[in-house]
Design a protein around this ligand. Structure first.
Ligand SMILES: Cc1ncc(COP(=O)(O)O)c(C=O)c1O
Length: 355
């Protein structure tokens, strides 16, 4: 279905104020936003407008009861300067998965994709040209009905904003396996990209950082034994020549990078298994010298090597030599810039004319 997305362009772009070699990460926003409202059971008035403050009633339900979900994805350019999106349909589907879990209305997937493409076409000059850099896109939905009382809201906003990001040359990270706090339990909201999951992780993550670790390695909520995920990444290990990653058990976010990395590892002829992973198995593998690689996967950096995991009083050191993970990272960057054939048809081109 074609939607009528109205466009109100800014008079003068702010892009001249941006130094592409020095982008303040997460603080720089492009000129426009896509916005759409849900009232009386339907989404209406999809439009692209200059990015500006959105008036919010103090009783807006998202502020009190936390009906708020989001997505994260990237737009890049191929060698001919055509903007491209990485598997955007997966983000549209995951947003609706999150919406269902949080009692929020689904957002039409075709409108998600149309709005996203139109916004990216209009903001194409904001896509940083360097390999590894991208225009980060943040679709999100929140309850804006002014109401005090615990029930599903009846009005919502769906918004997409865009923020240029430069190559993140990520150093290997150190993880703190948390044995006091949890991220998600069976039956909870861990599988949804709900704002509240991140809120609950902030204080434990700050404490881990004070102890000298970059991120938390979350363990299962029952016994703190089984590995879930890391901060905003899924986790992979290579033990004795075989790759393993925790299976999606309902408490782990189904990362789009995760599913793509699984395909690439398999494509390179390695065995990869999704299954529950006990922390003792990693400790044991490190002791007997079979722990070969550990890395995290996520939209922000694609792949980040893990050099150390602290679990209680045990320090698990991991080799810095990750040839396969590094090769996969390179493939990611090359597919995203059109330098490598996109055999798995992940990239979606954005027609520049949509602007
Ligand atoms: C909790 C969590 N796990 C995993 C991921 C990785 O997901 P993706 O690869 O879709 O970015 C993210 C980032 O979105 C996340 O927030």
């Amino acid at each position: 279905m074609m939607y009528n997305i109205t466009v109100n362009k800014i008079k003068k772009s702010k892009i001249d104020t941006l130094d592409f070699n020095n982008i303040p990460l997460g603080r720089t926003f492009s000129d426009h936003m896509f916005i759409c409202e849900y009232t009386d059971g339907e989404w209406s008035n999809p439009r692209i407008e200059p990015l500006e403050l959105i008036p919010t009633h103090p009783a807006a339900m998202a502020l009190h009861y936390g009906q708020a979900i989001f997505e994260g994805m990237k737009a890049t350019k191929d060698i001919h300067g055509t903007p491209m999106l990485f598997r955007p349909k997966k983000n549209a589907e995951r947003l609706n998965f999150s919406a269902r879990r949080m009692g929020m209305p689904e957002f039409p997937e075709d409108l998600f994709l149309e709005g996203l493409k139109k916004l990216v076409a209009i903001e194409q000059n904001w896509i940083p040209p360097k390999e590894g850099s991208a225009l980060y896109l943040r679709p999100f939905m929140y309850a804006d009905e002014p109401f005090i009382g615990m029930r599903a809201a009846t009005s919502y906003k769906f918004v997409i904003i865009a923020s240029p990001s430069q190559p993140l040359f990520s150093k290997p990270i150190k993880l703190y396996a948390e044995t006091k706090y949890i991220r998600a339990a069976d039956g909870g909201t861990g599988e949804a990209k709900a704002a509240g999951n991140y809120a609950a992780a902030i204080q434990p993550t700050e404490l881990a950082k004070q102890k000298g670790y970059n991120q938390i390695l979350w363990l299962d909520a029952r016994d703190f034994n089984y590995i879930q995920e890391v901060g905003t990444m899924n986790i992979f290990f290579k033990i004795n020549g075989e790759y393993i990653t925790p299976s999606l058990d309902g408490s782990i976010l189904a990362g789009i990078t995760r599913m793509s990395v699984i395909d690439l590892i398999r494509d390179r002829g390695y065995k990869i298994t999704e299954r529950p992973i006990h922390i003792e198995e990693i400790i044991e593998a490190q002791k007997n010298g079979t722990l070969e690689e550990a890395f995290g996967t996520g939209t922000a950096v694609a792949i980040t090597m893990i050099e150390e995991i602290k679990y209680k009083d045990i320090t698990i050191k991991v080799s810095n030599d990750n040839p396969v993970a590094e090769a996969i990272l390179k493939i990611f960057n090359e597919i995203r810039t059109g330098k490598m054939e996109d055999k798995l048809h992940w990239m979606v081109k954005v027609e520049k004319e949509l602007a």
